[in-house]
Design a protein around this ligand. Structure first.
Ligand SMILES: [Zn+2]
Length: 278
């Protein structure tokens, strides 16, 4: 019985061993082609042209826009500088109401004799982001054919008053009637700002004509001349400011205009507009 059982067990073991060895020989033969196929597929993936396109696109973002001096100003869009001479006066306050209502700014070339009577309007203008220029103390002396000392007698008293009132002198000079010579230009020690669009509001005293003149003459980079002495001018400002904004113009100060246009304002030079001549 023991011998028979042993022989039977050996027979079973032999059959099992031979069966397993046959299976072991067959399995690797079946599995081998699979890794070859798996290896062949990733070979094609890196050859796709997509990554090369990505690398050629990366240099483009280096064209970065230059930072705007005022976050609300877009240097790529048109802009103008409204300027008001001969004040400040009662109409200045009305003009400031309009500018404030439309988040617009302007530059005021004030007369010393007027400024010393109406300083509160200058303070309000500065608080609204407007700029102040020097239009001489009396507006009675032509800054031509006189000495540098005589020229500065017309400039210094107003500057001293402005330092007391707003903490700094005028940034620019606008000589009365736009009249000056080389002696005066050198004496000022800061830029002269003239104008490119003269509304002649002092002559017409007619709001419709002032509005029409601006509509037909305005251009990107222009400096507009008005006078904040007259109620007709203030009335025209109330009409023209929303019209200009509707046309896409940004209403900025002289300093903002030139900075946005990339033009440095220099002492000893006079400017009529912010047109880039290159
Ligand atoms: Zn004037």
């Amino acid at each position: 019985m023991n011998k028979r059982a042993l022989i039977f067990l050996l027979g079973v073991v032999c059959i099992v061993v031979s069966f397993v060895s046959v299976l072991a020989l067959m399995k690797p033969a079946n599995n081998e082609p699979i890794p070859v196929d798996e290896q062949s597929t990733p070979v094609f993936k890196p050859t796709t042209p997509e990554p090369t396109i990505e690398t050629t696109l990366t240099p483009e973002p280096t064209v970065s826009p230059s930072p705007a001096p005022n976050s609300s100003i877009d240097p790529t869009k048109p802009m103008i500088a409204l300027t008001f001479d001969d004040g400040p006066a009662k109409s200045t306050d009305r003009i400031l109401d309009i500018l404030e209502g439309y988040n617009a700014r302007a530059t005021f070339f004030v007369i010393g004799d007027m400024a010393m009577k109406n300083g509160q309007y200058i303070q309000r203008a500065v608080a609204l982001g407007c700029e102040i220029g020097n239009h001489t103390q009396t507006h009675k002396v032509a800054l031509k054919g006189i000495s540098a000392e005589e020229v500065m007698q017309q400039i210094d008293p107003l500057d001293e008053y402005l330092i007391e009132l707003i903490g700094r002198p005028a940034k620019y000079i606008r000589p009365p009637w736009g009249t000056f010579d080389k002696t005066a230009l050198d004496a000022f020690g800061r830029p002269v700002i003239l104008w490119s669009v003269d509304t002649r509001d002092w002559e017409t005293r007619n709001s419709e004509q002032i509005v029409e003149h601006i509509k037909t003459h305005v251009f990107d980079g222009a400096i507009l001349l008005m006078h904040d002495l007259y109620p007709e001018t203030a009335e025209a400002v109330g009409i023209i400011v929303p019209w200009l904004i509707d046309q896409g113009y940004q209403l900025v100060t002289v300093g903002e205009l030139f900075e946005a246009k990339g033009i440095e304002l220099l002492a000893g030079h006079a400017y009529r507009s912010a047109i880039v001549t290159d």
